[in-house]
Design a protein around this ligand. Structure first.
Ligand code: SF4
Ligand code: SF4
Length: 131
């Protein structure tokens, strides 16, 4: 019997995976300016909700935490570019496909099996980031 791959099954159920950058990244920087949410950072850089979004002052995150939008968070990776998951909408609401993956010359922007969000959740994240 022909089996459907599990990623296809998830997409059919409107469940998509977040994007992550692997260690194969060559630090070319091509993806960073393409991200509509400013979710991509150079290795070792602190990330903030306020970078490239309309968030400012005290915000309530989608996890229900009250924080300053300018609060710096630890880098996710010290050596290569990384994606701040809390700011990645997989380009939903902006583009038909993840722009980082589209421009990456070494195809190291891949699905992250640890994060799965529905399209509605991604649209809610987009609305949260861009009032
Ligand atoms: Fe940014 Fe889109 Fe890549 Fe997510 S998938 S990091 S929103 S360019
Ligand atoms: Fe790394 Fe690819 Fe982004 Fe270049 S485009 S910085 S190789 S993830």
């Amino acid at each position: 019997m022909l089996k459907r791959c599990y990623i296809c099954n998830l997409k059919q159920k409107n469940i998509v995976m977040a994007i992550m950058i692997t260690d194969e990244c060559i630090n070319c920087g091509a993806c960073e300016p393409e991200c509509p949410n400013n979710a991509i950072y150079e290795g070792g850089a602190e990330w903030k909700y306020s970078d490239g979004t309309t968030l400012k002052g005290i915000i309530t995150t989608l996890d229900g935490e009250d924080i300053l939008a300018d609060k710096p968070f630890e880098p996710v990776d010290m050596d290569v570019y990384f994606i701040a998951h809390d700011k990645c909408t997989e380009c939903v609401g902006f583009h038909d496909e993840p722009q980082c993956a589209a421009v990456c010359p070494v195809d190291c922007c891949v699905d992250d099996p640890n994060y799965r969000e529905t399209e509605d959740e991604l649209l809610a994240k987009k609305s949260f980031l861009h009032l």
